[in-house]
Design a protein around this ligand. Structure first.
Ligand SMILES: Cc1cc2nc3c(=O)[nH]c(=O)nc-3n(C[C@H](O)[C@H](O)[C@H](O)COP(=O)(O)OP(=O)(O)OC[C@H]3O[C@@H](n4cnc5c(N)ncnc54)[C@H](O)[C@@H]3O)c2cc1C
Length: 493
């Protein structure tokens, strides 16, 4: 049983240095905790935030890029107060994800013909209205029980736009692009009704950061934490808890892969849902309660990857925000289970899942391709050169422009990354998202007054543990603060 009497001598180990871990560390240090240690598996902090400079002195965001929403967003507030937001044109362009499709995106068909702008505008605005209806919890009873894909098919099918070939094909493009927001393989695996639990904060959805990117916000948090309190390249192998029963002084012991071990009164686990899916049964001793294991199994954690192509000079018109590719036959399969059993045929056309190539903030000669789901995972196993060649072939055949060779490339591989195993969380069809996020967030051991000081041994933070802001950086940040406050209250109340 822990012998500590207050925050000054309580030992806290935080596993993971993403937004959740660093927010928790910063809040605990500011709250008077003197023994805080962050163990990070990678050789860098940030987790799914990875601000790098692979091409020039300007940054590239391999992971999170935008701050989603303004009102009530703690990261937007922090960035604004510290002058870390982008100003000028780069704040408004380079945001060609689904809800910001503008006439500055160039849409091409497989045969190299442009898609009429009017069709793109009409379909994308219809698509936005339909997804907004789901987010705003305004689905009709008949649509509530459907997957997001089935609901969209049914609702869009009623529109005259669905009767035209171009309209239908742009609609399929919109669905592929929506997979980026949902981090899923197919919209037919996502619950239509559950996405209303996600809260979109008011204000622009795609707020761009200044030259320091997301790293600059991490640096704000890092300033609060003594550098010796963060240990990188320290992957944790096991978390042994409830040790007080065995007469140990500290109730928790954290053991790293290199054998080093750390005793603690409290551990805050912030590893991704992807890591939990892979390691939950081996990481904890005793094992996790069944409701937590169910939540880990039932919530979805999909892959979104970025393909950065750097050219010596640009070959697209000045007003082009991106080249979007509209295929004759969509890669979507209406029944995800059918899709999974259809064999390997989809591997030959994995590249059809690339929605398009957007221009990149601060890099006037770079493009960023987006790919999701099983096709992204498949792509991750290919050589960079093969991926680059495929992208060039697509760009040339769709646009007919004179596309030069790529001079440098950077391809994310979030699915294969053993410390992340995916990109972000979604709620699959048939899953109660709120119950699952809550089960994931609940501390161990379960509440029991008779345990006295042995409560709150293992706490859980991270994007997947937030009921309304899952998937986002601000969600991750807020869960770190939530768990730090849980401990601060524990010692002060
Ligand atoms: C491609 C991509 C684009 C995105 N775009 C956006 C965006 O534009 N806006 C937005 O808001 N969000 C975006 N996100 C999501 C956002 O990045 C995440 O929600 C957020 O960063 C998650 O933070 P976290 O602290 O919960 O988890 P993580 O950042 O995953 O942190 C967990 C940490 O735990 C470490 N770890 C894992 N296992 C161990 C172990 N055994 N021992 C020790 N350490 C371990 C990991 O290395 C990692 O550093 C994006 C994500 C991706 C991948």
């Amino acid at each position: 049983m822990s012998s500590c009497s207050g925050p000054e001598d309580a030992k806290v180990v935080i596993i993971g240095s993403g937004f959740a871990g660093l927010a928790a560390a910063s809040a605990l240090v500011k709250g008077g905790f003197k023994n805080v240690l962050v163990l990070e598996a990678k050789d860098r902090v940030g987790g799914r935030v990875n601000t790098t400079k692979p091409f020039t002195e300007n940054i590239i965001e391999v992971g999170a890029n935008w701050i989603h929403g303004q009102k009530g967003n703690p990261l937007f507030k922090m960035a604004k107060e510290k002058n870390l937001l982008s100003e000028g044109p780069s704040a408004s362009i380079n945001m060609c994800l689904p809800r910001s499709v503008s006439s500055r995106d160039y849409f091409f068909k497989e045969d190299g013909k442009p898609v009429p702008e009017k069709i793109v505008d009409q379909v994308s605005s219809r698509f936005s209205k339909l997804t907004d209806k789901a987010f705003d919890d305004k689905l009709s009873p008949k649509h509530k029980d459907l997957t997001l894909g089935a609901y969209l098919d049914d609702a869009f099918g009623a529109s005259p736009l669905a009767a035209t070939e171009d309209g239908q094909q742009v609609f399929e493009w919109c669905k592929r692009t929506e997979c980026t927001d949902e981090a899923c393989s197919s919209l037919y695996e996502v619950s239509a009704s559950q996405i209303s639990n996600y809260t979109a904060l008011e204000g622009g959805f795609f707020n761009t950061l200044g030259p320091g990117g997301y790293r600059a916000i991490l640096d704000v948090l890092l300033k609060d934490v003594p550098s010796e309190a963060i240990k990188c390249s320290a992957p944790v192998k096991s978390i042994r808890w409830d040790l007080a029963k065995e007469g140990q002084r500290y109730p928790v012991q954290v053991v790293c892969e290199n054998g080093q071990s750390f005793e603690a009164d409290h551990v805050i686990v912030t590893v991704s849902l992807g890591v939990l899916k892979e390691q939950a049964t081996s990481l904890f001793e005793p094992g996790l309660p069944q409701n937590k294991l169910n939540a880990i199994k039932n919530l979805g954690f999909g892959v979104v990857d970025k393909i950065f192509l750097y050219f010596e000079k640009s070959f697209w018109p000045d007003n082009c925000a991106g080249v979007q590719m509209v295929w004759k036959e969509g890669p979507e399969n209406k029944d995800v289970n059918k899709a999974l059993s259809e064999g390997d045929a989809w591997k030959k056309t994995w590249f059809k899942k690339i929605t398009g190539f957007d221009t990149v903030a601060r890099h006037p000669t770079a493009l960023c391709g987006w790919i999701t789901g099983r096709e992204a995972l498949y792509m991750e196993k290919l050589q960079d050169s093969e991926i680059g060649d495929t992208c060039l072939r697509l760009l040339r055949s769709f646009t007919g422009w004179s596309v030069p060779a790529v001079s440098k490339m950077l391809i994310s591989r979030w699915g294969s990354d053993s410390h992340v195993r995916g990109s972000y969380t979604f709620v699959p069809d048939g899953v109660d998202g709120v119950a699952a996020h809550k089960a994931l967030a609940s501390p161990l051991p379960p509440k029991d007054k008779s345990r006295g000081k042995r409560q709150l041994q293992v706490l859980f933070a991270g994007e997947a543990t937030h009921v309304n802001f899952y998937t986002t950086t601000h969600g991750a940040y807020l869960t770190g603060i939530r768990e730090a406050e849980r401990l601060i209250n524990y010692y002060t109340n």
